[in-house]
Design a protein around this ligand. Structure first.
Ligand SMILES: [Zn+2]
Length: 315
């Protein structure tokens, strides 16, 4: 039984050939997006009519009663794009299938677009991932929680807490009783203060959960969110670095650095959250990699437009 369960869980990704089979033409991508948005039937938001005609094939629709026009991409992350949907779907494929994330330079090369264009596409899609992650239920049951920094190393005995120029975040992982990771959450914080930890615990951790952490005093604040707290004296050095949550933090951090490399030396809090959420998004769907393209396309179709000025505005 255990073996069968193990095999079932080993889900492979979507091969490039399989992806091309599904989304290689503009028509196929439009059809997919149409089904996601209006598969149950298109209803006019102005007059309630369900009778439409197509002005442009699967792109622009007009209500037969009041003549209101609806664009397939309007009100989604794809709104006002100059890129064909086929490029967007390819971007979704590359963002979700590459385990280490992907830099905008590499993404641009694969899509055949300039780096700034790839950067914007990537950030819009990361916003869709973050929005989706934020809507997921709180972590529950057994949770390991840890402090981490984006832009800093976390190896050996030096904890590097509060290092300048680094973006602190809370790394939380819901595990099975035998400590296997189930779901991750990564939340940018200003610092590891009790008030901040309590706020995040109330938002991200279900009351009644058992939270395991190291001895850092701020973690006690999870009790304010109705969680039980189990501090573990991890000591320092090798033993601390190999403690399970540290391992998960370090694995994903290496990937994030790859994705950022070559673009930014400093990552703002807002972009840091976007990067962290996108990695959590992928990790949390690691057993669904064969359907993750459709899932993210759907998330992008359900997320409000994310224009350049919003992506680049200061948090
Ligand atoms: Zn109408």
């Amino acid at each position: 039984m255990a073996l069968a369960a193990g095999l079932r869980r080993k889900v492979r990704g979507l091969s490039e050939a399989e992806f091309r089979e599904r989304f290689s033409t503009e028509e196929a991508c439009r059809e997919a997006l149409f089904t996601m948005r209006w598969g149950e039937g298109l209803t006019c938001p102005r007059c309630g009519s369900t009778s439409f005609c197509q002005l442009t094939t699967r792109q622009l629709f007009q209500c037969n009663r009041c003549k209101k026009q609806l664009r397939l991409t309007a009100g989604t992350v794809f709104q006002d794009t100059k890129l064909p949907l086929v490029t967007w779907f390819a971007a979704i494929y590359h963002l979700t299938q590459s385990k280490g994330g992907i830099s905008s330079i590499e993404l641009g090369r694969r899509l055949g677009v300039k780096q700034p264009t790839a950067w914007l596409v990537k950030h819009k899609l990361m916003r869709a991932m973050a929005t989706r992650e934020a809507a997921k239920p709180k972590l529950e049951g057994r949770i390991e929680i840890d402090d981490a920094y984006l832009g800093g190393e976390r190896s050996g005995g030096k904890r590097g807490r509060g290092a300048a120029g680094k973006q602190p975040f809370v790394a939380a992982v819901e595990t099975t009783a035998d400590r296997k990771p189930r779901r991750l959450r990564r939340t940018v914080v200003k610092g590891f203060r009790k008030k901040e930890v309590e706020k995040i615990a109330k938002r991200d951790l279900a009351a009644g959960s058992n939270v395991v952490s190291d001895g850092l005093s701020c973690w006690r604040a999870v009790e304010g969110a109705g969680c039980r707290h189990f501090p573990i004296n991890t000591g320092c050095g090798k033993q601390a670095a190999s403690w399970a949550p540290f391992k998960w933090v370090n694995t994903t951090l290496g990937n994030i650095k790859t994705a950022i490399a070559g673009t930014y030396h400093h990552v703002s809090a807002k972009h840091a959250q976007s990067y962290l959420s996108s990695f959590a998004y992928r990790f949390n769907r690691r057993y669904q990699l064969d359907t993750i393209v459709e899932r993210l396309a759907w998330a992008a179709a359900c997320t409000m437009p994310q224009p350049y000025r919003i992506i680049t505005a200061d948090a």
